[in-house]
Design a binder for this molecule. Sequence first.
Ligand code: NAP
Length: 302
Amino acid sequence: MTEKIGFIGLGIMGRGMAANLLRAGYAVRVWNRTVSRMTPLLELGGTAGSSPADVAAHSDVIFICVSDTPDVQAVVLGEQGIVHGAQPGALVVDHSTISPAATQEMAAALAEKGIHMLDAPVSGGSEGAAKGTLSIMVGGEAAQFARAMPMMQAMGKTITHVGGHGAGQMAKLVNQILVVVTMQAVGEALLFAQAGGLALEKTLTAVAGGAAGSWMLSNRGPQVIARDWRPGFTIDLQQKDLRLVLEAADQLGVPLPATALVFQFYRTLQQQGLGGEGNHALVKALENLAGFTIGGERPLPA
Ligand code: NAP
C-alpha cells in the first residue's frame, strides 16, 4: 500500500520538495505557518492540514523542512506538534539543518511513543529542491531509511545513509565546513590575483581544471568577479549553520580555527546589513581588510 505523506514547512526548499512528491503521485497533506504559502501546493493536488498534529493524524510519513532547531522542536513536540497526532509506527523525516544533539533527543522522545525518525538534511539549494536533484544525508535506522527511500528519490539524486540518529546532521555540518573554508580560499585567491594585475576570468579558467578546482570556485568565483551577490544560500542561513558547527565542535572538543574565523567574518557582514546576500559575499569582509575590491579599481603594485 502506498504510504500517505505529510509535509510541514513550505519555504524556499520545502515548496519544491513537496511539489516533487505530488508530481511523483503521492497523496500529500501540507501545512505551513503562513497559510498563503500552501496555495501553490493545493493547486498541484495537495490537501490542506490545519496544524502539524492534524497533518500527522492523516499521514504515515511526515516530512519537515523548517528553519532552525527550536522551529523543528516546535512542530514536532509543541502544543500542536506532530507527536500529538502521529500513530505508532509513523515515520518523521526532518530535512531541516539543525543541531545533531537536539536531533538525537527528539528521536528518543518520539521513540517513546513508537514513532520513528530520520534526520535527512539536504544540499543543493532552491534549484536542487525544485528540480529534485538534492543531495540528502540521512541518519537513523536502516529499515526506516529503506522505507523512505522511494519518497526521497522524488526529491533527491544522491541519497546516502551515513549512520544512526544525528549522523545526517553531522554530515551536513561537514559539508558546511568545506563550503565556507573553500569560499574563504576563493576570496583570498581572487584578491591576490587582482592585486597582481591578473585578468580574473582567465585566471579562473587556468586554475579551475587542476588540483585547486571546486564547485565554489567554478560557480561562485565568476559571480564574485561580476559582483553579483544574489543568494543561492543567504549569509544569515549560512551563519546559522556555522553556529551549529561550532556548537557541535565545542561539545566534541575539536578545534576548527578556519571555520571560526569565517564565522567572525560573516558576523561583520551581518552587522553591515548584508545578511540577505549570498554566502559568496564573504569576500567583502576580505575586501574591507585589503582596502580594494575584486573586479574594481586595481591598486598599483608597490
Ligand atoms: P525559508 O524559505 O526561510 O523557509 C522556512 C520555513 O520554515 C517556512 O515555511 C517557515 O514558515 C517555516 N518555519 C520557520 N519557523 C517555524 C516555526 N517556528 N513553526 C512553524 N514553521 C516555521 O528557509 P529554507 O531556505 O526553505 O530553509 C529551510 C531549511 O533548509 C533550513 O534549515 C535551511 O538551513 C535548510 N537548507 C536551505 C537551503 C537553501 O539553499 N535555501 C539549502 C540546504 C538546506 P513561514 O512561511 O510561516 O515563515
